[in-house]
Design a protein around this ligand. Structure first.
Ligand code: SF4
Length: 653
């Protein structure tokens, strides 16, 4: 039994941001990191972390310069031991000599002596409260209150010297909690929970405040976007309760690479930015660190002029629990709502529907010799074809939505789409499944009354408001207030030519709804030909996976790498992905080092962790299964481990 473990309930505090309807940044105190002001009214700062060996001064300087040139405003460098902490001085000196004054941050895990040295050299130190004064043994310990207090005294003794040095040298500090590396003490008392993450930071925060040290930044990272969002919200709620206002550093840990990493980061970080939370962000991708910056910038730029958005009606009583996930209840219509995972709708209205091959973009491949459809894991659920009716027979698993006027002339196997006016005027039979496009402004008394009597209307909600997610959220709240339980599909249309920007915009617009259990489907479209429908479909599935509401592919929890990394993460991740990306739903952790890797893998089913040069340790869950396997054999051994545990399926041909 976990002593004192409790869930934060909705009634504990609803307050985690300024407003759920009006964009306004949560005002934090200004913290100086060298000459860089963070928090307060300052812009949201962009940062990243080097991946070079910290002892490689030239390499670290060169990489830092590439990051700074890309727009990085804070450069974090790992300092695993005292010698790397000392070398930060050479790196800093060389950067300053070359005219780069960007503040440096020392990243510390486990080594107070390295932290105490680094705090005298660089502008900021990051400590992890899960491992600053504790070594993780994955032990459950039942603490009496007295024993727990004694533990806090021990931490106080360990941590106070660093606080004093930071005070003396004007060094800032980030208390950076990671979901995957909570101490055994916190786990024993609070469990593996957002509350445990917040309490972990609070223990250290109180010690800093006892010493009148306030030059602090806080973070609550997790690779699980739901946990990450809940933890940050809970942290802000706690800060408000205690009259604190420390700046927030936002990030999703081990987000992965490429499309998955971008979407996952945008879902987690974007959800918080939408509500005005966050003073600095780090998008962590398993790529070169300078590639993280344009993604971070694109994300932050979305909020630059957000204050000018059209007004959204305020919410008198918020019916959604922001600290615990629960899916909003909706009645089941066809395969939408009820217990069904959120569905995906794609727009084919501009595509000529005269050949089955066009559906390849939606995840359906037609075999002419076999006269058979093959569905990929990313087969969408519905397509909208406008006025067109396809000339070929579509797969039985794919729903077809057409404009109501086309449906009226050919009702066979299609579902009508109506505007809100058509819905009121046409009075279709209540037993007929229909899709109704709506905006918040259309929800008048007549519409509400009609919807309450029509369980077979699926609502397709869209908005023109630049503060899109909160307006759509307001629509959900209005439906909840009026007892409207029809399934709701969130529709977003873009006109973008850059795939990464499309992924970031769509993920941050929709992610925040899914994370709060809102949305029975998503309808994504792009007016530009590129990104194509195929990319739109992949993005839609990626968003659902990143918000953890529909799993359609293997999940890779790969660390971004840093100076501790013991193998080429990008190359190894690509190798593992090539062999395993058909294992839908499996979570594989790929971690650069044994020091943090096992903790950071969080809830991975299998883990591949660097333990020395050319040496890999394999995990099943949190348990070591094979130690120090040669890296040449390690991918094969990982596959064997997956097979031995009955999780393997052969790759489809
Ligand atoms: S897990 Fe990866 S990013 Fe984290 S400390 Fe180890 S090598 Fe660095």
């Amino acid at each position: 039994m976990q002593k004192n473990k409790r869930m934060i309930s909705h009634s504990d505090s609803i307050l985690y941001c300024n407003s759920l309807t009006t964009y306004k940044r949560f005002k934090t105190r200004e913290v100086m990191i060298g000459d860089l002001a963070l928090g307060g009214d300052n812009p949201i700062r962009l940062q990243s972390m080097t991946t070079t060996d910290t002892m490689d001064t030239a390499g670290t300087v060169a990489q830092s310069i590439r990051m700074i040139e890309a727009g990085c405003e804070l450069v974090r460098i790992t300092a695993p031991s005292i010698k790397e902490a000392q070398n930060l001085e050479n790196i800093r000196k060389e950067l300053r000599n070359r005219g780069y004054n960007t503040p440096l941050v020392a990243d510390i895990h486990f080594t107070p002596n390295a932290a105490e040295l680094a705090a005298r050299i660089v502008e900021k130190v990051r400590i992890n409260p899960g491992n600053y004064a504790d070594k993780k043994k994955f032990e459950h310990i039942d603490y009496t209150d007295f024993a727990y207090e004694a533990e806090l005294d021990r931490i106080r003794e360990r941590f106070t010297p660093l606080v004093k040095i930071c005070k003396e040298y004007g060094t800032a500090m980030r208390i950076g909690t990671n979901h995957g590396s909570l101490s055994d003490r916190i786990m024993s008392r609070y469990g593996d929970s957002p509350l445990g993450m917040v309490e972990s930071a609070m223990e250290f925060l109180m010690i800093a405040e006892e010493n009148n040290f306030y030059n602090l930044v806080l973070s609550m990272k997790s690779s699980n976007t739901q946990v990450m969002v809940q933890a940050y919200r809970l942290l802000v709620s706690k800060m408000i309760e205690k009259g604190m206002n420390y700046p927030l550093h936002l990030g999703v840990t081990e987000a992965g690479e490429g499309e998955d990493g971008r979407i996952k980061s945008a879902v987690g970080i974007g959800t918080l930015l939408e509500d005005g939370l966050g003073d600095t962000i780090r998008v962590s991708l398993t790529e070169e660190p300078e590639y993280e910056i344009p993604v971070a910038k694109a994300l932050v730029d979305r909020y630059k002029h957000r204050e000018n958005h059209s007004p959204i009606p305020e919410i008198a009583k918020y019916p959604i629990d922001p600290y615990n996930y629960s899916r909003k209840k909706a009645s089941e219509v066809n395969n939408l709502g009820g217990e069904n995972a959120p569905r995906i709708i794609l727009d084919f209205s501009q595509i000529n529907l005269d050949n089955p091959a066009v559906l390849y973009r939606a995840g359906y491949a037609y075999s002419v010799p076999l006269d058979k459809w093959n569905l990929s894991d990313l087969a969408c659920d519905y397509i909208y074809t406008g006025k067109q009716i396809p000339t070929f027979e579509i797969p039985g698993t794919l729903g077809l939505i057409v404009d109501v006027t086309s449906w009226e002339s050919n009702r066979f196997n299609h579902f009508p789409l109506l505007s809100s006016n058509e819905y009121i005027e046409k009075n279709l039979d209540n037993s007929q499944l229909k899709f109704v496009t709506l905006q918040l402004s259309k929800m008048n008394a007549e519409m509400i009354a009609k919807l309450k009597n029509d369980q077979n209307a699926v609502l397709v909600i869209s908005t023109e408001n630049t503060h899109a997610m909160p307006e759509i959220r307001r629509f959900f709240v209005l439906c909840m207030e009026h007892g409207i339980t029809n399934p709701i599909v969130v529709k977003r249309n873009y006109n973008l030519s850059d795939l990464s920007e499309f992924q970031i915009n769509a993920a941050s617009d929709i992610g925040g709804l899914l994370i709060d259990g809102l949305g029975d489907g998503i309808w994504l479209s792009n007016e530009n030909d590129s990104p194509s429908i195929k990319h739109v479909n992949q993005t839609a599935f990626g968003i659902l996976q990143a918000a953890r509401v529909r799993i359609s592919k293997t999940e890779y929890i790969s660390c971004p790498s840093c100076g501790r990394t013991l193998f080429d993460l990008q190359e190894t991740t690509a190798k593992i992905r090539k062999r395993t990306d058909h294992l839908k739903g499996l979570k594989i952790g790929i971690m650069g080092c044994i020091v943090n890797g096992p903790g950071e893998m969080a809830d991975a089913d299998f883990g591949y962790v660097g333990t020395g040069i050319g040496k890999i340790t394999l995990y099943k869950g949190k348990d070591v299964v094979k130690r120090n396997v040669s890296s040449e054999l390690a991918v094969d051994e990982l596959i064997q481990l997956i097979k031995d545990n009955g999780k393997w399926v052969e790759m489809p041909i």
